[in-house]
Design a protein around this ligand. Structure first.
Ligand SMILES: *Cc1c(COP(=O)(O)O)cnc(C)c1O
Length: 402
């Protein structure tokens, strides 16, 4: 497909991946985003910063995460070999710690007084509170009251980790209101505060920065796979919410035209049921959301649609601008998996390999289970197992009456 420089130089200086991305924000916020971009471009080239991040990845997160050959699962399916990149083994249980550490270090470098973010199910909140505790910078997380009541273990962890948890009671009191509330706090003083976005979304430079922090997944995986098999995988699959774990692993394979990249979106209760899925790339169209141009799921009035998935980390009506671009040029194939398929994959992986995946990650496993039987045994599918399922275990047990 395309040659190296095309992907290596993305995004352009204005934060665009083709027609997607940019900084669709008011002027004073654009200034704050440009400051963050300048600071980021400075530290990413500094050896002391890269050395500090590398040592935290090794000694704190536990990197490199291994690749595990799921032999029993592959055998059961009777086709392609399935391998798992074990981001579930990271400290705090998912890939999110990779970019949260990067963002916390950047905040410290910029002399910011406070890191602000929203959280839905609490995964981003816990990872960020962890990184801020480690780096020693105050952290304020906004969370809808409804989510606070639903996600008790994460709420407790954030409190223990010392972050300030701000309950948001307005409107539906879930993720959208938490974003609005966190953003209002940030706007009070964008020079002293930093808003730590939790995926490859939002205005430039966040899609680039979060991708770069997550690209450690792909660099490790490519090297590990080559070292063990003397070749690259035939397929690399990852679930897509905002798209950070997927960009993290895809980034190292974009120039390997023979490697098929597959992003898996949540089909929820079916892509034909508006409001009951979050398959943005499969069902949406180009639009604008949260300061960026990207694919968006819209309702009849042209507002961001209500979205749903069994995996709360995947229910977002937008998606990263780089994914939007990769879809249009056909470099990544975006497919979707229903709640039902996700649950089957969750149970099957648990019982054939003794690995309980996050419901988000189970979407990627479900796609591999769908694809493997039709492929030859000499084919290899590498699945990014973005997180572990401890957080989902009680919920699934109740749902299935275990
Ligand atoms: C948050 C989360 C996701 C979705 O976020 P992306 O930015 O799309 O990666 C996926 N898996 C896990 C385990 C998560 O916690």
């Amino acid at each position: 497909m395309s040659s190296e420089p095309v992907f290596a130089s993305m995004p352009d200086a204005n934060g665009y991946f083709g027609p997607y991305g940019g900084q669709l924000v008011p002027p004073h916020l654009k200034q704050a985003m440009d400051d963050i971009n300048l600071a980021y471009e400075e530290i990413r080239q500094r050896e002391d910063f890269q050395a500090e991040l590398a040592s935290l990845f090794a000694d704190y997160v536990g990197r490199p995460s291994p690749i595990f050959h799921a032999r029993r699962l592959s055998e059961k399916l009777g086709g392609a070999q399935i391998h798992l990149k074990r981001e579930d083994l990271n400290h705090t249980g998912a890939h999110k710690i990779n970019h949260c550490l990067g963002e916390a270090l950047l905040a410290k470098f910029m002399g910011k007084k406070k890191v602000i973010a929203e959280t839905g199910a609490g995964q981003h909140g816990v990872a960020l509170a962890t990184a801020c505790a480690l780096v020693g910078i105050p952290c304020e997380i906004h969370m809808g009251q409804v989510d606070i009541e639903k996600e008790h273990p994460n709420v407790t962890k954030m409190k223990i980790l010392g972050c300030k948890l701000v309950p948001v009671t307005r409107g539906a009191a879930t993720l959208k209101e938490a974003v609005d509330s966190a953003f209002e706090e940030y706007l009070k003083d964008p020079q002293s505060f930093i808003y730590a976005i939790g995926s490859v979304v939002g205005p430039h430079p966040f899609p680039k920065m979060v991708r770069d922090f997550q690209s450690i997944i792909g660099r490790e995986a490519r090297e590990q796979f080559l070292a063990r098999h003397g070749r690259l995988p035939d397929h690399v699959a990852a679930c897509v919410g905002g798209g950070s774990n997927a960009m993290g692993i895809f980034s190292a394979f974009l120039n390997d035209g023979a490697v098929r990249l597959v992003g898996i979106e949540p089909a929820g209760e079916g892509v034909d049921r508006p409001g009951r899925h979050a398959a943005t790339l499969s069902q949406g169209k180009p639009g604008e959301l949260h300061g960026m141009a990207c694919y968006v799921l819209e309702d009849a009035e042209g507002n961001p649609a209500a979205v749903y998935s069994i995996a709360s980390g995947l229910d977002y009506p937008g998606v990263g601008p780089q994914h939007s671009y990769l879809k249009d040029i056909g470099r990544v194939d975006y497919q979707s998996v229903t709640d039902q398929e996700c649950l089957e994959a969750f149970m099957t992986l648990s019982r054939t390999e003794g690995i309980i995946p996050a419901l988000e990650s189970a979407h990627a496993v479900a796609w591999a289970m769908r694809a493997a039987p039709a492929l030859g045994r000499e084919q290899h599918i590498l699945v990014n197992l973005s997180g572990r399922g401890d957080k989902d275990a009680d919920y699934v047990a109740r749902l299935l009456g275990l």
